[in-house]
Design a protein around this ligand. Structure first.
Ligand SMILES: [Zn+2]
Length: 278
């Protein structure tokens, strides 16, 4: 699943390549992906230049005069820029040809992603697009705002971090990195975190995500490649700080990676965990 740093990289690369260029072709090979909220289909885009690409929640919104194409890649969706001769189409769902810039292909092994063709700006009609929480890379994501969000939570901290309606957004990989940076056990109950814990967690989100965005941009891999090898604990065996063997724990069905030494369980976390049987 593309996480925020991946999406920002894809957005920047696609804008660089496609902005201002006209759509000259379209192919839809997986109709289940596309929902048209206007009368018509992808051919409505023909002849229109791409004005800009916006990122909101897990969506990339391709904006044309009069029309928006909003794509949510969900678990397995990938974007690819291809030349017309490139026959490697894999699990192609749809493609848009751009004048002088080849084809933008959207591939989806699981056909779980969705693309919505809507009237420009009609974002409320697109399920989930406006439902996201506060953008964690925006200036509005302050310590005060984060602390007040956290105060009302009754769940475990990792589940809170992954809640897209609260925070826009962290996925599995960066939730682990953030908790490791803050030294907080993934199963800690939000209400047991002190003010200092909350501030440390906020700062860890800002630091880890800004670093990741810069690192993914610096590596400048093709947009279908997910750059993750700089992560410290996700899918790793050993803690880079203390050398302990990293552990995995199920938090609401998701695998969390953490260091039992650098992210010790608090007493309350252990008690609550036993009680709920999770
Ligand atoms: Zn450690």
């Amino acid at each position: 699943m593309p996480e925020l740093p991946d999406l920002l990289h894809i957005q920047a690369k696609l804008e660089e390549r496609l902005r201002g260029r006209k759509v000259i072709g379209e192919r839809l090979t997986s109709p289940v992906i596309l929902r048209c909220l206007v009368r018509g289909n992808l051919s409505l885009l023909l002849g229109r230049p791409l004005d800009e690409i916006r990122r909101r929640s897990h969506f990339l919104v391709f904006r044309f005069e009069g029309l928006d194409l909003a794509v949510n890649p969900m678990l397995a969706g990938r974007f690819r820029l291809a030349s017309p001769e490139d026959k490697d189409e894999g699990s192609l769902a749809f493609a848009l040809g751009f004048e002088g810039a080849g084809e933008l292909r959207y591939l989806d092994d699981k056909s779980m992603g969705k693309a919505y063709l809507a009237a420009a700006g009609d974002w409320n009609a697109i399920p989930g697009l406006n439902a996201g929480g506060i953008d964690i890379l925006s200036p509005q994501f302050t310590r005060e705002r984060f602390v007040s969000l956290l105060k009302h939570r009754r769940d475990q901290v990792r589940a809170f971090l992954l809640d897209k309606k609260a925070l826009d957004s962290l996925g599995n990989a960066y939730a682990d990195e953030v908790l490791f940076a803050a030294g907080i056990h993934p199963k800690t109950w939000c209400r047991t975190l002190s003010h200092e814990d909350a501030v440390r967690l906020h700062d860890a989100i800002v630091e880890v995500m800004n670093h990741a965005v810069a690192e993914v941009a610096r590596r400048d891999e093709p947009i279908e490649v997910k750059v993750r090898d700089f992560l410290k604990v996700r899918m790793k065996d050993q803690c880079p700080r203390c050398g302990a063997k990293l552990r995995r724990a199920g938090v609401r069905g998701m695998d969390a990676y953490f260091c039992p030494h650098c992210q010790p369980a608090t007493r309350s976390a252990l008690v609550d965990w036993t009680k709920t049987g999770k």
